[in-house]
Ligand binder design. Sequence first.
Ligand code: ADP
Length: 529
Amino acid sequence: MHQVTDFFKRLIDTSSWPPRWYCGEWTDFHGWLYIISDAAIWAAYFAIPTALFFILSKKKDIPLPGIFWLFMAFIMLCGTTHLIDAIIFWWPAYRLSALMRFITAVVSLVTVISLLKVIPDVLKLKTSTEYERELAERVKAEQELQIAKEQAENSERAKEQFLANMSHEIRTPMNAIIGFAQLIKETNLDATQQDYIGVIQKAGNNLLVVINDILDLSKIEAGSLEFEKKPMEISEQLNSLRVLFEPKATEKNLALIVELDEKIPAVVLGDKSRLSQILINLISNALKFTEQGKVAIKAELTSDTDTHATICFSIADSGIGIPKEKHAEVFKRFTQVHVDGKAQIGGTGLGLTIVKHLVELLNGSVDIVSEEGKGATFSFILPFEKVSSNTESSESITENAKLTIQNLSELRVLVAEDNEVNRRLMDVVLSSWKIKAEFAENGALAITKLEEKNYDLIFMDIEMPIMGGHQATKHIREVLKISTPIIALTAHAMASEVEKCLASGMNDFVAKPFNKADLYDKIVKFAKQ
Ligand code: ADP
């Protein structure tokens, strides 16, 4: 103990030893070789930790920084022992030298132990080559994923395109079938012939429903369904539906009740045709699955704010009902609950799937209350934006009715349509309203006619040889600078197609096969202008 205290007390006392130059026999060469080498080792041992410190200060996230610090201390201490060794040639501080060596030994041992401990972690560290390989693999996987995504999107687009084309191909002849059936029905027929024509019309209309359902579902699934937001009257819409379904209800001896909450704003903003589609699906189901009693359609205001009105629509019937355990199932595609037994009623099992999708896309929800044999009530709640009361309702049927067929006979109408059957059909239909139309077989011929003469209204088919409807319309608007209303006439009944028509300068759109009333409404609408 005495030696230890004596050691520290005389740590830098050099009186017990002569400088190293005087111990033994040093030649100048031998001594300076020793001194210079020790000094060089010291310089190098200081440079290494300085470099490490620089690296640490620049790279904040270097792995295992503790080991770095220990290494720096250990190397620096080793350097110091060498420096003292060189200095001892003039200043024999042997105690200080021993202390430095001891400290270096302790730090070295701590470094070794720490290093042993972190070996597993070090082995887990990735080399830059490994990182590069991993990165390359990840980039490759991402590229493959991107390609797969593009392929999936392409095939989704191809599917939608295929369905759109299919529906176009089917709609065009259907246009002729349904249109001419309607015209034949208006001629003098005996009862059997009336019956047969009725069957043709019914089958044609059913086929159209199936085509539309499949097309709609594919659009919903592809996320390409678009909604419009225009002023509409809920009361007008419910009345039209009453008119539409009354014959069916009467035929089945059912009471068709329509109840409208008076608090519902007269005009709201929404997608009239999508709301109709939802209601038509539910009302046709109610009529289809009810043999006696009633079908009640109700619209109630459930909440009313400054900006929005939320309306609950319900369709209640006294029909065969749906067992509780099947409630969720009916909304799944191609599901039909009543397929066996007495009710071989027909349908695709897509109607309710579309209803649910549409309602949810319009930020609403659907509900069903039913028990087997006790009727069914389907309801859905939809929010509508409000409009100021003086905004004009989009198309009011009553206003249109003010225009008589007499006025229409003065209309100069041009129809651009390449299909001969469709031209004949248009001619017959327009003539029934005393409209004497002129016809062009393609866009180019329509332009020639427009250069020679003025018209009040133009019907424009989209797909025509030589010059299609879009190109012809652009020419009419941009080159001829004629602003006569142009109504697109096409079998492509997709929302994107409507937009395309409007973008090329057309004013409206009639989907083929057209319904006579629809066509009449459009003509009246533009005749007013
Ligand atoms: P579809 O009517 O074309 O078969 P839907 O998706 O509209 O397809 O309906 C699915 C099924 O739900 C129907 O087949 C029927 O079994 C049942 N369903 C729908 N509405 C009613 C209703 N009002 N009453 C009883 N069953 C119904």
